[in-house]
Design a binder for this molecule. Structure first.
Ligand code: CUO
Length: 437
């Protein structure tokens, strides 16, 4: 190589590394930061509450009721065959994370229109907790400028369509502390999702883990988080889904660390190319150009570039990404048994409880676990193409059973008011895994 060509090559390299490439660190400097809701200052709480009050009073297409209607009632998105109107939200399919990332971005932008200068905080429900976030758990708050107690807009939301307010009935199980050194049950579910290094395997575990919060906060309340129709009218929905989005962002960072695909999917490719309604629709319906311009799932992965936000940190229960990688590798190398459920078109919110049945048919009462469905009779078709896995290793051990002993898993389903539902799932599958073998 002659010296001019050599110098030109060096210059080119310098340009591509320092002049024309913005490093992650430099990019991060310009992004809005989503904070843990429990770490907001009193000034930040006041500003976001004021913005939320104004957003709730906005009855235009860009106002609070539209957010509820984007997700649940009234149902107005066309079905694939365009015959019936369905709720627009996406569940039970690989584009669940994308659809909800768009909704959270749009909500955050709406708060900014009303003077909120920060981002949408997240409620980290994977760590042990004593109650719901302070921002959302009191009916009134004191406005220091007037000295008056005024309604806290994060406590409840009005559902104009039903002329009703949202309500909550948190299950006390949500606040049970784990033993020393253990994770909460919700954190365990999320850790199992983090183990998956394929997008679709991650997605189903992640989505079903997220359902638990809907069911445990809403329980049997009609206008609550446990109803797909009304969930997004409750303001705590947005703090929950900011955290759901953060969990996906942690998985993305973990994938990057593992050298695996993180800003794309290697499965469900058809779904990833199809723009998501109602974000993709006209400006008369979706007034937010940011979500309209990035309504194709493939463009939703890169949240920093396309939506200009980041999280204050991407730690999981205090574990940095390298520590989290070590933790999930350790878990994967263990000898474990799972029960797999094929979840298709359940059509309503439900709780599935499963039991290990030992050889004698009468002995079928050993509860092995439970999970929740967030569903409705008119929602986008559920099309999970893989099993939802629940770990039953400990439960088998407690019963003195090995994975190759004779046993079956039985399940029952109830709606969230406790009424029995007919069993509509295929027979569960037992799987034994040891990635360390
Ligand atoms: Cu649509 Cu949490 O998923 O609500």
């Amino acid at each position: 190589m002659n010296k001019y060509l050599f110098l030109a090559t060096l210059l080119n390299m310098a340009c591509s590394f320092s002049l024309f490439t913005v490093s992650d660190h430099e990019q991060d400097h310009f992004l809005h930061v989503r904070k843990n809701v429990e770490r907001l200052s009193s000034g930040e709480k006041l500003r976001i509450r004021r913005a939320m009050t104004q957003l709730q009073a906005d009855k235009s297409q860009a106002g609070y009721q539209s957010f509820g209607a984007f997700h649940g009632l009234p149902k107005w998105c066309p079905t694939p065959d365009a015959q019936v109107k369905y709720a627009c939200c996406v569940h039970g399919m690989a584009t669940f994370p994308h659809w909800h990332r768009l909704l959270v971005v749009q909500f955050e932008n709406a708060l900014r229109r009303y003077g909120h200068t920060g981002s949408l905080p997240y409620w980290d429900w994977t760590v042990p907790m004593d109650g719901l976030p302070d921002l959302a758990s009191h009916e009134l708050y004191n406005d220091p400028t007037t000295g008056m107690d005024v309604p806290n807009p994060f406590f409840k939301g009005h559902i104009d369509e039903e002329n009703a307010y949202t309500s909550r009935n948190p299950n006390p199980k949500l606040f049970i502390k784990p033993g020393f050194g253990d994770y909460t049950r919700l954190a365990e579910l999320v850790l199992l999702a983090f183990e998956q290094d394929n997008f679709c395997d991650f997605e189903i575990q992640f989505e079903i883990a997220h359902n638990a919060i809907h069911a445990l906060i809403g329980t049997d309340s009609k206008y609550s988080l446990s109803s797909l129709r009304y969930t997004s009218f409750d303001p705590i929905f947005y703090l929950h889904h900011s955290n759901v989005d953060r969990i996906w962002a942690i998985w993305q960072a973990l994938q990057h660390y593992r050298g695996k695909a993180y800003n794309t999917a290697n499965c469900a490719l058809q779904q990833m190319r199809k723009p998501l309604a109602p974000f993709s629709l006209s400006s008369a319906i979706n007034t937010d150009s940011m979500t309209r311009d990035h309504s194709t799932p493939f463009s939703v992965f890169d949240y920093k570039t396309n939506f200009h936000y980041r999280y204050d940190n991407l730690e999981f229960n205090g574990l940095t990404i390298p520590q989290l990688d070590k933790e999930v590798q350790k878990r994967k190398s263990q000898d474990r048994t799972f029960v797999g459920f094929m979840l298709h078109g359940i059509g309503q919110s439900a709780k599935v409880t499963f039991y290990i049945c030992r050889p004698s048919a009468a002995d079928c009462m050993d509860r092995a676990g439970a999970f929740f469905i967030l569903g409705d009779d008119r929602e986008m078709p559920w099309s999970f193409d893989r099993l939802y896995k629940a770990d039953i290793t400990k439960e088998l051990k407690n019963l003195g059973l090995r994975y190759d002993d004779k046993f079956i898993v039985r399940y029952d389903m109830i709606d969230l008011a406790g009424n029995s539902l007919s069993n509509m799932l295929p027979t569960p599958t037992i799987m034994h895994e040891n990635h360390g073998e």
